[in-house]
Design a protein around this ligand. Structure first.
Ligand SMILES: Nc1nc2c(c(=O)[nH]1)N[C@H]1C(S)=C(S)[C@@H](COP(=O)(O)OP(=O)(O)OC[C@H]3O[C@@H](n4cnc5c(=O)[nH]c(N)nc54)[C@H](O)[C@@H]3O)O[C@H]1N2
Ligand SMILES: Nc1nc2c(c(=O)[nH]1)N[C@H]1C(S)=C(S)[C@@H](COP(=O)(O)OP(=O)(O)OC[C@H]3O[C@@H](n4cnc5c(=O)[nH]c(N)nc54)[C@H](O)[C@@H]3O)O[C@H]1N2
Ligand code: SF4
Ligand SMILES: [Mo]
Length: 876
């Protein structure tokens, strides 16, 4: 398999925290063939749609290839010297806390280690925080409260050995697809029950035995109810409780919380609690529905309390499992990338830990107080306390709550450095200095996935232009700031050895994170390193934690934490009657700087949207495909309405992915207020309050093009297609001359133009051709445009004679919207196969068309489609 040519290189997928192994083969022309690594323990050869499409995202057209200083390309010397000088001068004048780094859980461990060492050890401030603050901070806080360290106790294998898997605030089917496949496989193999706890019906509910659509934010109340049931049902493990503190207080608050509202039927809650109680082997998987909340840490502890009280932790098939989002969220926590952590799970507040790290680094000082957490950091940028800011591998102008305020703060900061692989991000556009980083397939290092497995990322493509590894850029700045001896690294392997050595010191303090067994790893062994789960020491390797009842608090006991339900910070009311939930789509990664380059991935859902319940839509006179204006106390957006009962009445859901580059009026974090969890500082990204109204534009358009369009209308949303681009458009005022407008839009003043324009009805169909090829086509209507989008998207570059009709001529099949991204199979093709070949199961569809046989993440949608066709046939 995989063809001839260059050898396959083993690496790790750069997206989610599952951490799948990939086999990469460069084609010698900048392209990359990608397949799952059958030998990697996380995925055993499987990949999801995003991993499968990685090869489509490595092109150089969007890449930043040279440093830019105030918009002008320069060499590295000038750029690095300017950054070093500016940081040094700012620190000299205003002190170390006047500067900050904002980094990312997508950096490799080696990059991250250097960033943390530079800030905490040598600049001498703790003002380094990371997008993990928006992601895993509540879990970190919850783990540390309960266990004394930020430890993930179990392992992926627990999924195969569990009899019950509970997904709390996790859309595993879309966000950790390969793990979800493992859950479904367990169901098939041993009848594992699946419960989903999510206010919204998601793809993860497919195949689930129970879906508890609780009131947003009610998780603490629900798990307190479970705790009380465990007590009343005699399920408390008394021997294990002896290994904990806080049982009585926790029980009291759990019993007191009995009347807190969950939005669920008493019978549903009872059924869930009994199932959990009866099942010894239970894995509770939790993610952003838990973390991204003003009671996020309490939600985490409410879950941990139940596992601790029953001793269901660290044993095969049972335990809490926090699924990390980013590929190296765990590595970032290990190096101490958060403003309130020290390296290697050591504590910033602990003087012994501080002095050990200081001595090891031979550092001038290590700060003794936590630095600014993300939300506070950008507030400090906004009010001028932070005067020099370096943003690495993250796009806060889009992904931070109150994104417009964050964007304005960055723009106003006296000195902003951004390290990215592209200049085309909302954040990069604000940089004074823009530094080109090598991308995942071009660089070397390690990442740690959800279950503590450290894997190598290996370079297969040459660094393009002047791009350099993030660790190298950071180390160069460290050297130029005068800290040469500490940053004189020759390779990632050298950094890894230093990190591993420091972890041995942490191990000496009795910490969990200890990979000192790797501290003398040779360059060759590092190059060949197999995936392995930490700890890695002379005496410990990769085992589960806590089954022995030994924890990391000074008395070696765990803590049960009394927690009580609190409602989300923002309250709905007459002015803002809806609760806005936000999250992810199957085929896009965050701010889309990579996934949006793939036509295959862009085909799944090509436009930002707002999911709204049919009753609410009716009350607001909103039809399917209308645009809606969404306003919150802090901002406004325009989105396409999708009417669905997957959301409850009074609740709406919008994806987080669109940006100024892809749909400027759909930057969802402009709506999200920056309310944070008091302990973790994590923002409440899933419970904003909003008002909704239909947005009536004067005209609506759909355009396809071969080359990039010049998009300027009030509303637009752009997506890639195999033939070029597609865009949805709308405006408050129609242009006087549509043909001229089309030539401007497609940047083709000379093009041959065919048009049907009906000014009275407000409709227009315009096709531009050059050399007998369609280069662009636009369809305009006073109501949302009904045309065959997926068909039209194939036209640019072809000689299609029928483009003006907006639909294929009778003899041409229209495959319809792509449902299976891996094999590019459209809905119409699938429906036809179901009907003509009498397919009865999802597997049969797979056998006939391949659809659903690779990553499997479209299988829930296939099942839906099958059901629809069958129901329709039954009715006929
Ligand atoms: N396709 C794709 N996969 C990804 C990513 C991506 O961008 N795209 N990003 C990665 C990253 S960094 C992360 S952090 C993970 C996130 O992975 P997930 O946390 O699974 O994803 P989200 O869609 O953010 O949110 C999960 C669910 O929380 C629910 N929820 C909202 N409020 C509540 C509540 O109060 N209680 C409960 N119980 N549930 C609630 C939402 O309805 C949503 O379905 O995904 C990772 N994987
Ligand atoms: N409303 C709402 N907001 C959210 C969330 C939500 O659920 N709802 N989720 C939050 C969560 S969990 C997360 S993790 C964040 C994610 O939010 P971000 O971290 O802001 O999003 P990304 O798009 O992953 O940004 C990564 C950036 O790094 C660049 N990049 C890619 N490769 C490299 C490289 O090798 N080196 C460098 N230097 N740069 C590179 C990319 O081009 C991109 O600009 O969003 C958070 N914001
Ligand atoms: S599940 Fe998909 S996105 Fe996540 S690591 Fe595996 S292939 Fe990559
Ligand atoms: Mo995340």
């Amino acid at each position: 398999m995989g063809g001839g040519g260059a050898p396959e290189v083993r690496s790790t997928c750069p997206y989610c925290g599952v951490g799948c192994g990939v086999l990469l083969r460069a084609d010698g022309q900048g392209g990359l063939a990608v397949r799952g690594d059958p030998a990697h323990p996380a995925n055993r050869g499987r990949l999801c749609s995003k991993g499968s499409a990685l090869g489509e995202t490595v092109g150089l057209e969007n890449r930043l290839l040279a440093p830019r200083v105030y918009g002008k390309e320069t060499g590295w010397d000038d750029a690095l010297q300017l950054v070093a000088d500016h940081f040094r001068d700012t620190i000299a004048t205003h002190g170390p806390d006047s500067v900050a780094f904002y980094v990312s859980g997508q950096m490799l461990t080696e990059d991250y280690y250097v960033a943390n060492k530079l800030m905490k050890g040598f600049i001498g401030s703790a003002n380094i925080d990371t997008n993990s603050r928006l992601c895993m901070a509540s879990t970190v806080a919850g783990h540390r409260r309960a266990f004394g360290t930020d430890t993930v106790p179990g392992a992926y294998e627990d999924i195969e050995e569990a009899d019950l898997v509970v997904l709390v605030g996790s859309n595993l089917a879309w966000c950790h697809p390969v793990l979800h496949q493992r859950v479904l496989a367990a169901k098939k193999a041993r009848g594992t029950r699946i419960v989903v706890i999510d206010p919204r019906r998601t793809a993860s509910c497919d195949g689930a035995d129970m879906h508890l659509a609780l009131t947003p934010g009610a998780d603490v109340a629900l798990f307190n109810r479970l705790f009380a049931t465990l007590y009343e049902g005699g399920a408390i493990d008394k021997a294990f409780i002896a290994r904990t503190q806080g049982f009585d207080d926790t029980l009291r608050s759990a019993l007191n919380d009995g009347l807190a509202p969950t939005g669920l039927d008493a019978a549903e809650v009872e059924a869930f609690c009994r199932l959990w109680m009866r099942t010894e082997r239970v894995v509770t998987i939790f993610s952003q529905g838990v973390n991204q909340s003003t009671s996020g840490s309490d939600k985490v502890n409410a879950i941990l309390n139940c596992h601790l009280a029953t001793g269901r932790i660290g044993k095969p098939g049972c335990g809490p499992l926090s699924v990390t989002g980013q590929p190296n969220a765990m590595g970032g926590r290990e190096v101490g990338g958060l403003a309130n952590m020290l390296a290697c799970h050591l504590d910033l507040e602990n003087a012994d830990h501080r002095s050990a790290v200081r001595a090891f680094w031979n550092a001038p000082r290590v700060p003794d107080a936590p630095g600014l957490k993300a939300v506070d950091m950008f507030r400090a940028v906004g009010d001028g306390r932070i005067k020099a800011l370096w943003i690495i591998h993250t796009n806060p102008a889009v992904s931070m709550p109150e994104a417009d305020a964050v964007r304005d703060a960055i723009a106003a900061c006296p000195f902003t450095v951004v390290s990215d692989i592209t200049a085309r991000t909302d954040t990069a556009r604000l940089a004074d200095v823009l530094l080109p980083a090598t991308a995942w397939a071009e660089k070397d290092g390690t990442v740690t996935n959800c279950d503590r497995t450290i894997s190598r990322q290996r370079s297969v493509l040459p660094a393009p232009g002047q791009a350099r590894a993030d660790w190298n850029i950071l180390a160069e700045v460290g050297c130029r700031m005068g800290f040469g001896a500490a940053f004189d690294y020759a390779s990632p392997a050298e950094i890894f050895r230093e990190h591993a050595t420091l972890s041995g010191i942490a191990g000496g303090f009795g910490r969990d994170f200890d990979i000192s067994g790797l501290s003398a790893i040779s360059d060759g062994d590092y190059a060949a390193m197999e995936p392995q789960r930490w700890p890695v020491t002379a005496t410990r390797s990769g085992n589960r934690f806590f089954a022995d009842g030994i924890f990391f608090h000074p008395d070696a006991k765990a803590r049960l934490i009394p927690v009580s339900w609190r409602a989300p910070a923002a309250k709905t009311g007459p002015r803002y009657p809806f609760r806005l939930n936000t999250g992810r789509l199957r085929d896009q990664w965050h701010t889309m700087t990579r996934t949006a380059l793939s036509p295959r991935l862009s085909a799944h859902l090509a436009e930002p949207f707002l999911d709204i319940h049919p009753d609410d839509a009716e009350a607001l006179d909103i039809d399917a495909a209308d645009l809606v204006r969404v306003t919150s106390p802090v901002g406004a957006c325009i989105l396409r309405a999708r009417i669905t009962d997957a959301v409850q009445r009074g609740q709406v859901f919008a994806p987080m992915h669109w940006t100024g580059e892809t749909a400027p009026s759909a930057r969802i974090d402009t709506l999200v207020a920056a309310a944070t969890d008091p302990l973790s500082g994590q923002p409440e990204s899933k419970a904003s309050v909003v008002a909704i109204a239909r947005h009536d534009a004067a005209w609506y358009g759909f355009a396809v093009s071969r080359d990039a369009m010049d998009l300027r209308s009030d509303y637009w949303a752009l997506a890639r297609t195999t033939a070029g681009y597609r865009a949805e458009l709308a405006g408050a005022q129609a242009p006087a001359d549509w043909a001229a407008e089309a030539r401007r839009l497609f940047r083709a003043p000379e093009a041959e133009t065919a048009s049907v324009i009906n000014a009275a009805r407000g409709t227009a169909r315009i096709v531009l051709k050059a050399d007998d090829q369609v280069i662009g086509a636009i369809f305009v209507s006073p109501r949302p445009v009904a045309v065959m989008r997926d068909y039209l998207a194939t036209l640019p570059g072809s000689a299609a004679a029928d483009a003006l009709f907006g639909r294929p001529l009778a003899d041409m099949p229209n495959p319809g919207p792509v449902l299976c991204s891996c094999f590019g199979v459209g809905i119409n093709t699938i429906i036809e196969a179901i009907e003509t070949q009498s397919l009865m199961t999802v597997d049969a569809i797979g056998a006939a068309l391949n659809a659903g046989t690779n990553c499997g993440s479209c299988r829930p949608e296939l099942a839906d489609l099958l059901q629809q066709v069958r129901t329709r046939e039954a009715a006929e």
